[in-house]
Design a protein around this ligand. Structure first.
Ligand code: ADP
Ligand code: MG
Length: 816
């Protein structure tokens, strides 16, 4: 009760001193913000607690209120303190309460008392179902979502100025009196014009629309104005600034760091701020802090409710950063713990299948290859075989540049599964890629054995390679129903040893006879959850994930913390580097004629159109326009194809197939072509708007060409050639190592632009940036530390953490 007593004493002093905010050094707000939590904890009466939360001590705004408001507020708190006193006299509570006025609880938010964080946002007054639908587009449905609906940035309106001090071109705030406000017309639009003043002068304000403001701004009203000052005919003027009546509760649109939210059509910033403020004030304290105290202390993290309050309405930039740190830590920490738990579950729930390593099979296969393995390939093969020998399921990520020879290694692993009497599956992200793998592996096998002709195109049988015949099949969507059913049946009965396909392979209809190894090519679309689903197909198969997107080690460990890491960091000898040049904007013609010459030599080319981040629809439109323009104006004599993300998958497959079969000379595409398609005859990669892409992505594009002995070219055409863009594109000319580029990319561009977690099936990272290696490592260390000590989080102090963990990881698997 010490805190309650001192609160009373301080308020009494403040009252005696005439509400001058002199009672505590540093001001009452600062004191309250600090003490609110403790005071709150000492209250055990539910009703009083609800009312207490209405004072929102942790966010009190006493300092910026006028005397009248201060007085009212203090009187309310006194009233409440008195009730608290009485509630304590539990001995004769009834008599004591007699004659007292009824408790006026939670008048401003009468409805929120009994509502938890899971409540729909419609419990907030003003959020009608139509508005809730708009929020749903932003993935905000519950009060909890709204608490975690973070601003994208802040506008700094904290610089309070007198009118005479206002400077042009800066964001500033004034507190002023309205002298006059009227509806004005600007062209054919109606807006508002006002003249306001303070003791140092007057200034004109115009709003180009919002004529209704004229009515709100009655003469002599006090308002806060925040915005940028411009000069018009030599006089200063505010144009369409933010405004707020001074007597309103607490400034949220002006006079502070004002949050800017990512909005959707039909949601307006002022409304949304009002609602987020109400949410913070009324609900932030309910966000139970699930982080163990010792971790919070060790890592110097803010309490959760405070972090939530400060990330929305920060007192200053410094605390905003601290709030972000706390929330980012949460994300990474939960991600790590989840990933660690998954790995443990896989490895402990079922024993894995230990394979015998048939060295003679490996030797025979390698002997038939037209090349020898690189050192890196050999090393990685060793790592994989060592895993396969273990009676626990392998979980391995195989990283390696495009063309570094991952498929050969995967093929060897698949053969090992078959030699041990298991089935092996290889999954690719697209049908074209699946076909590519099927053809490659069949090629390898036909060199090592005799093929027995079957009737089906998509099933091949090889004799004399293993001691038993080896059957390999391609399962893709374009097979007819009969063929599919036939395959399903054969897979189930164990008549197929190696199955190659798209992720259709892990759908319900496909039952394996005895799946021992699954290889997943191009990891982006196969996240943790998909791997989890795959394991549930029985037999706890070994899993090998392959990726050509190089990821720096720390990042890989975080995102794929459930996987062990192998890297092929060496290309087969004799590979040409792709000659890379960037052109100044305006030299596009030159690039086109170069491309034309290559095509007349019988080569093919890619043209990648600029990235449009806001929308796939716009991007599709832009690439279609560009395609039509190129067909008509630039290459009327050539055959062009078009590829973008909005096309139905079957159309995409068709175009890629036509390109591969040389029916098309040039493929005009959005970035969808990034994923490992192999067109050896393509020698030119032309990227338009190259400044919009990250280095890693450009490198991926470049990897589409130069896949044989032929000299290949990559031409980068930036839209704007800033100094920064120039520097980045220079790196592309010089550096041909994907890992080095990835690291540069991180250094230069930073953030999660580099690698979205979206497709990976991991919980979303809203605040955390994967480029923040320091925080990443901190979170990972703490997670491992805790996980090793408290493997099951059984102790009561981890109850909240466990709850939160299962919430974050509860997402359903998406088979997109
Ligand atoms: P990735 O899947 O890593 O992009 P692939 O496995 O498709 O690469 O290999 C690319 C090409 O290089 C294939 O044509 C393959 O036969 C060939 N290749 C693989 N390993 C070697 C090697 N050690 N020496 C020469 N060529 C190789
Ligand atoms: Mg590949």
């Amino acid at each position: 009760m010490v805190t309650i007593d001192s609160l009373r004493k301080i308020l009494e002093l403040e009252y005696k001193k005439g509400y001058g905010d002199k009672a505590v050094i540093g001001g009452l707000d600062k004191y309250l913000h600090k003490q609110a939590g403790q005071i709150r904890q000492s209250i055990n009466n539910q009703q009083l607690l609800a009312e207490f939360d209405n004072f929102s001590l942790a966010n009190s705004n006493y300092g910026s209120s006028n005397v009248d408001k201060r007085k009212k507020w203090i009187m309310r708190v006194f009233d409440w303190l008195n009730q608290l006193e009485e509630a304590k006299q539990i001995s004769k509570p009834k008599e004591k309460m007699l004659g007292k006025p009824p408790i006026v609880t939670a008048k401003s938010h009468p409805r929120k008392k009994n509502y938890g964080l899971d409540s729909p946002i419609t419990i907030i007054r003003g959020i009608a179902p139509t508005i809730a639908n708009k929020f749903a587009k932003l993935d905000v449905r519950t009060m909890h979502d709204l608490l975690y609906f973070f601003p994208r940035r802040y506008v700094d309106y904290s610089q309070r100025k007198l009118i005479a001090e206002l400077e042009e071109g800066k964001e500033q705030t004034i507190i002023c009196t309205i002298w006059q406000a009227r509806i004005a017309t600007f062209g054919n639009r109606r807006g508002t014009e006002a003249i306001v003043g303070d003791e140092t002068g007057n200034i004109r304000i115009i709003w180009f629309n919002q004529p209704y403001l004229a009515k709100r701004f009655t003469t002599n009203a006090k308002v806060v104005i925040s915005g940028t000052v411009f000069s018009f005919k030599g006089r200063k003027v505010f144009e369409s600034p933010e405004w707020e009546m001074l007597e309103e509760k607490e400034l949220i649109h002006t006079g502070r760091l004002v949050p800017v939210y990512p909005l959707t059509q039909g949601l307006y910033p002022r409304q949304v701020r009002k609602w987020t403020k109400e949410t913070i004030d009324g609900w932030a304290w309910q966000a139970s802090d699930f982080l163990p105290l010792e971790i919070k202390t060790r890592c110097q993290l803010l309490d959760l409710p405070e972090a939530l309050a400060q990330i929305h309405y920060p007192n200053d930039y410094l605390i905003a950063e601290k709030a972000k740190k706390r929330l980012a830590f949460d994300e990474l920490f939960l991600l790590q713990l989840g990933v660690l738990a998954k790995k443990r579950d896989w490895q402990e729930s079922q024993p894995g299948n230990a394979f015998n390593i048939h060295q003679e099979v490996i030797d025979k296969f390698l002997h038939c290859l037209p090349f020898t393995l690189t050192h890196a390939q050999e090393r990685v093969l060793g790592e994989i075989l060592a895993d396969l020998k273990q009676p626990k399921a392998m979980s391995r990520l195989l990283q390696g540049e495009v063309g570094s020879g991952k498929t050969v290694i995967a093929t060897l692993a698949l053969l090992m599964a078959v030699a041990n009497g298991y089935q092996g599956a290889l999954m690719a992200p697209t049908e074209v890629l699946a076909e590519q793998h099927f053809n490659n592996i069949c090629d390898y096998l036909s060199k090592a054995s005799t093929q027995k002709k079957g009737t089906d195109n998509n099933i091949k049988r090889y004799i004399g390679f293993l001691s038993q015949p080896l059957t390999i099949a391609l399962l893709i969507g374009s097979l007819n129903d009969n063929e599919k059913e036939n395959l399903h049946c054969k897979i189930k009965q164990g008549e197929i040893d190696i199955i190659i396909g798209t992720h259709a392979l892990i759908q319900k209809e496909v039952e394996f006879y005895k799946l021992g190894l699954a290889v997943i090519d191009e990891q982006q679309r196969f996240g943790v959850l998909q791997r989890s689903a795959l394991r549930q197909k029985g037999f706890n198969p070994h899993i090998l994930v392959m990726t050509a997107t190089p990821i720096p080690r720390t990042m890989a460990l975080t995102l794929y913390g459930d996987l062990d890491l192998s890297t092929i960091d060496e290309l087969p000898p004799g590979r040409q580097t792709v000659k890379t040049r960037f052109l100044e904007p305006g030299y596009t013609e030159k690039a086109y004629s170069f491309l034309h010459r290559q095509v007349s030599k019988g080569k093919q080319a890619f043209i990648i159109c600029p990235l449009i981040e806001e929308s796939e629809v716009l991007e599709a439109k832009a690439v279609t326009t560009e395609y039509e323009y190129l067909c008509r104006e630039i290459f009327p004599d050539l055959k062009l194809g078009l590829l973008h993300g909005r096309m139905p998958p079957s159309d995409k497959e068709k175009v890629m197939r036509r390109f591969r079969e040389r029916e098309l000379d040039i493929l005009v595409s959005t970035s969808v072509v990034e994923v490992g398609i192999d067109i050896p005859n393509a020698t030119v990669m032309l990227v338009e708007g190259a400044d919009h892409f990250g280095l890693s992505q450009l490198h991926q594009f470049r990897g589409r060409v130069g896949r044989n002995k032929e000299q290949a070219y990559c031409i980068l055409i930036p839209e704007n050639l800033s100094t920064e863009a120039k520097a980045r594109l220079r790196l592309m000319e010089k550096i041909h190592d994907g890992f080095a580029l990835a690291q540069k990319d991180l250094d230069l561009r930073g953030p999660g632009e580099f690698f979205g977690t979206h497709q990976s099936g991991l919980p979303d990272l809203k605040v955390a940036k994967l480029s923040n290696l320091h925080l990443l490592e901190l979170a990972r260390r703490e997670a491992i530390n805790l996980f090793q000590r408290e493997n099951n989080l059984e102790k009561p102090e981890y109850h909240l953490l466990k709850q939160r963990l299962s919430k974050v990881w509860a997402k359903d698997v998406e088979w997109s």
